[in-house]
Design a protein around this ligand. Structure first.
Ligand code: PFF
Length: 488
């Protein structure tokens, strides 16, 4: 944990409180960041996109785009003190910028609701597996039985709907009650437990014949396997996994006390988050290679591999049940952070009570989630956005477009719109680091994100022209911002 700044406060109560606030912030932020994105999504998109090179691009995106944007988002939240729309309105006004900046908040609320609609469906698979494991269903399960088990679940819309409903109700209930305290205490145990059980699984993975190949697959980069589409997926996932670009970290940042370092808290979130994802990846691919399974088997990967491990290892019943309980818990702490920004917006903007707001929004995302449930069975062949199912379209639109766009504009706001002294005061970065940070935020972050978008839209030569056009537009925009915000 980051060190407690002693400063010159001598009262032990103040000290304890200060410590506890920073710890709680990091816990809540890690609780939001670590979820299905790490355990379920990262391994399967790594498998679909060829492994090593994809992982490397993903790690680069976390470090060069994710971390600075996470810091920016927390900064905005701490400076604006409210829901994402309100925060952007207040800050734009304070910095003399356009009111249109509040659209950034609206993009976030919308993205949060859309993500939640499919997130609860997948978390529902976790609940189903928790009960299966507790009943000993996975004992001595073969690879083929594990794959069939998942196929049977996915083919049953009513069962999926039931578990989706259970998770939605739980999420709404927690958000409506505002039961932060209990969650914080639970998070204290959950995170170490999750890391521990992943280490147990790593121990098991090391005994399998697939371990070496798994490490090779995850960390040996072969760039010939990498497409621009894969780069976009890696970038989008960096945003998804860190919970940035939609305002969650803004809301959490508004509770973060001024004397604490945004940089060190963000670093903690990014490190723990990345560690969990990499561990999950190595474990899952060891099982994949040991059993001759396909790496690119898609969203079912976690659920069709781990039961094999729990069926084979000693204590598998115990570890399996605990693991799926932790998956569900990790998913819940992320799901509530997806709902929270919209609830606090409805509450602040229209005076709608927490319970009503959470129930209303929960119903809307539940309804949309029915579409995701059907994507795995009855609507398997119903396509949107090219050849994507409804679930894939929602995931693509939010993760790969809305979050990076939202994050980019947050970076632009902090880098270009914030007055230097406000930014410096709010972020309190060491001088030398501050210059590099700002340079990265001003130029690398927006240019890289636009570049990746453009490369996906066009291929070949045209990408250069699109980039030059986008850069020129960006330059004009920056110029106009500087003129409106810094007269004289
Ligand atoms: N970071 C979460 C995960 O990896 O599962 C998902 C998520 C939560 C995304 C909250 C965005 C967000 F605002």
């Amino acid at each position: 944990m980051p060190s407690l700044k002693l400063s010159n406060k001598v009262s032990s109560t103040v000290l304890r409180e200060t410590w506890s606030t920073k710890r709680i912030f990091i816990l809540a932020a890690v609780g939001s960041a670590v979820g299905l994105g790490n355990l379920w999504k990262f391994p399967y998109i790594t498998g679909e996109n060829g492994g090593g090179a994809f992982v490397l691009v993903y790690l680069g995106c976390v470090l060069l785009l994710g971390l600075p944007i996470l810091m920016s988002e927390i900064t905005l939240g701490r400076a604006g003190q409210g829901n994402p729309v309100h925060t952007m309105q207040v800050l734009a006004k304070r910095q003399g910028a356009s009111r249109l900046w509040s659209l950034l908040g609206v993009n976030g609320l919308l993205a949060g609701a859309l993500i939640l609609s499919f997130y609860t469906v997948i978390a529902g698979w976790g609940v189903a597996y928790f009960f299966d494991s507790a009943q000993g269903v996975f004992q001595t399960m073969s690879a083929q039985q594990a794959s069939e088990h998942l196929t049977v679940l996915l083919a049953n819309p009513l069962q999926l709907l039931w578990w989706h409903t259970v998770v939605t109700v739980l999420t709404v209930w927690i958000v409506a009650r505002g039961v932060r305290k209990g969650l914080e205490v639970a998070l204290n145990f959950m995170m170490p437990a999750l890391l521990l059980i992943l280490l147990v699984l790593l121990g098991y993975a090391m005994t399998t014949t697939g371990f070496e190949q798994s490490v090779q697959f995850m960390f040996a980069a072969d760039f010939s396997k990498l497409s621009w589409q894969a780069v976009l997926v890696a970038m989008g996932h960096a945003f998804f996994t860190l919970s940035i670009g939609l305002g969650t970290m803004m809301v959490y940042g508004s509770y973060f006390e001024r004397q604490h370092s945004i940089a060190s808290a963000s670093l903690w979130v990014a490190v723990v988050d990345t560690l969990v994802a990499l561990l999950a990846g190595v474990v899952i691919f060891s099982i994949v290679f040991a059993n001759g399974l396909a790496t690119g088997s898609g969203p079912g990967l976690l659920f069709s591999t781990l039961p094999i491990a729990f069926g084979q290892m000693s204590g598998g019943w115990f570890f399996g049940t605990l693991f799926f309980a932790l998956v569900v818990f990790a998913a819940l702490t992320s799901a509530i952070s997806l709902l929270e920004p919209s609830v606090s917006w409805l509450n602040q903007r229209f005076g709608i009570g927490r319970i009503k707001a959470a129930c209303g929004l929960g119903f809307a995302t539940w309804l949309l989630g029915v579409g995701t449930v059907l994507s795995f069975n009855m609507w398997q062949n119903v396509h949107f956005m090219g050849t994507r199912t409804l679930f894939e379209s929602l995931d693509f639109m939010t993760t790969n477009i809305m979050l990076p766009l939202g994050g980019m504009f947050m970076a632009v706001f902090v880098a270009w719109v914030f007055k230097d002294q406000d930014r410096a005061q709010e972020m309190a970065l060491p001088k030398r680091f501050s210059a590099v940070f700002l340079l990265n935020l001003k130029w690398f972050v927006p240019v890289a994100i636009l570049w990746i978008f453009a490369s996906n839209l066009v291929t070949g030569q045209a990408v250069w022209w699109v980039m030059i056009g986008a850069l020129a537009l960006y330059g004009l925009y920056v110029k106009s911002v500087l003129q409106t915000t810094r007269p004289g």
